[in-house]
Design a protein around this ligand. Structure first.
Ligand SMILES: NC(=O)c1ccc[n+]([C@@H]2O[C@H](COP(=O)([O-])OP(=O)(O)OC[C@H]3O[C@@H](n4cnc5c(N)ncnc54)[C@H](O)[C@@H]3O)[C@@H](O)[C@H]2O)c1
Ligand SMILES: [Zn+2]
Ligand SMILES: [Zn+2]
Length: 346
């Protein structure tokens, strides 16, 4: 079969590789129907994620059809259409029992990281019963792909951890696919104001279409001043960091109102200064999280009911065997005006 293989920092190719086989009775082999590329795949290609070894097939998102299910898999059978979670979880260990699938002692984020991933014609999914979801007839395939990673990430790490409430003022720093997923799912709670902050005007315009009440380009404006001007000098109730660099976490600390919540989503490679000299008395909370995907069943229902339309985040479609071209488009987001790209194996 064909797959996108990582060959060390800066190197990838579309190679002929061996088709995966069942390795445990709890595994399933899934024929990929659609997959996508994540910002995290770009981090891996930059060499930021050194656990990823040469020869690894990338990708942790997608939908497909069960090709073969192991003897212990009871919830899925050959021919079923499935959504693949970016988190594989055994459902039995101490962390799984707490609903913290991201820290599953036998799984976690392993797809396209520690084991071969979804940017391929076939993928092996461990603990299939707990790591796959049935797709019902009539669902939009493109929308389903957004449920593998970005929607649960935006909702769990941004909205739930940020404790967004009706009437709140929310700032989302970073208007990439994850920040936009926070924007879409924050609206479940009817916040009064959602301020989107980024340096890319195209992404800010997209945010406006998806429900942002205000947009701020922090390269062209003083974002702290602009936020205080919009909030009667109080700051925001919730600040979501969806970039992963020191400057944006600093910005969240500068705009948070007393009693507010700073919810970090971004993957940070550098240390960030914590301003306790200003924040110690402000009754704020700061949260961190790796997506658990425990809200996937709920999000799946909201998408199926038409209440949430994540396919709006998709800007480009490619055939799976043109994945190198798709990486170019996704990697040059500002120039190509790209958000999420879909790769179809059909
Ligand atoms: N916690 C988790 O479980 C989890 C899961 C998935 C992704 N992530 C992380 O979430 C982050 C966002 O993911 P994404 O796919 O949307 O990434 P992305 O790179 O597509 O988007 C980041 C956005 O930040 C903007 N930006 C860059 N520098 C900025 C600055 N100084 N000020 C304001 N905006 C700035 C960019 O223009 C871009 O629109 C990444 O760090 C990703 O690795 C975390
Ligand atoms: Zn991802
Ligand atoms: Zn587990």
């Amino acid at each position: 079969m064909k797959a996108l293989v990582y060959h060390g920092p800066g190197k990838k190719s579309w190679d002929e590789v061996t088709k995966p086989i069942l390795q445990a009775p709890t595994d399933a082999i899934v024929k990929i129907v659609k997959t996508t590329i994540c910002g995290t795949d770009l981090h891996i290609l930059k060499g930021d994620v050194p656990e990823v070894t040469e020869g690894r097939i990338l990708g942790h998102e997608g939908i497909g059809i069960i090709e073969e299910a192991g003897n212990s898999v009871s919830a899925f059978k050959k021919g079923d259409r499935v959504l693949i979670s970016c988190i594989s979880s055994c459902g039995k260990c101490e962390y799984c029992k707490k609903g913290m699938y991201s820290h599953c002692m036998n799984g976690g984020w392993i797809l396209g990281h520690l084991i071969d991933g979804t940017q391929a014609e076939y993928v092996r999914i461990p603990f299939a019963d707990n790591s796959l979801y049935h797709i019902t007839a009539g669902s939009s395939d493109d929308a389903m792909v957004m449920l593998s990673d970005i929607l649960p990430t935006g909702f769990e790490c941004g909205v739930l951890n940020g404790q967004v409430k009706p009437g709140d003022t929310v700032a989302i720093v970073g208007s990439g696919p994850i920040g936009l997923a926070v924007l879409l799912t924050a609206q479940f709670y009817t916040p009064a104001r959602i301020i989107m902050i980024d340096v890319d005007d195209n992404r800010l315009e997209a945010a406006k279409k998806f429900g942002a009440t205000n947009i701020i380009n922090s390269q062209k404006n003083d974002a702290v001043k602009a936020v205080f001007a919009l909030t009667e000098n109080k700051g925001v109730d919730v600040a979501v960091e969806a970039v992963g660099v020191p400057a944006t976490f600093e910005l969240c600390q500068s705009i948070i109102a007393p009693g507010g919540h700073i919810a970090n989503v971004g993957v940070h490679g550098k240390s960030v200064e914590l301003h306790l000299e200003k924040l110690w008395s402000q009754n704020i909370t700061i949260t961190t999280r790796l997506v658990d995907t425990v809200t996937t069943p709920m999000l799946l229902r909201t998408v199926n009911s038409g209440k949430l339309e994540p396919e709006k985040l998709i800007t480009h479609h490619f055939k799976l065997n043109n994945i190198l071209e798709a990486y170019e488009t996704f990697g040059n987001a500002a120039k190509e005006k790209s958000l999420k790209v879909i790769l179809s194996n059909e």
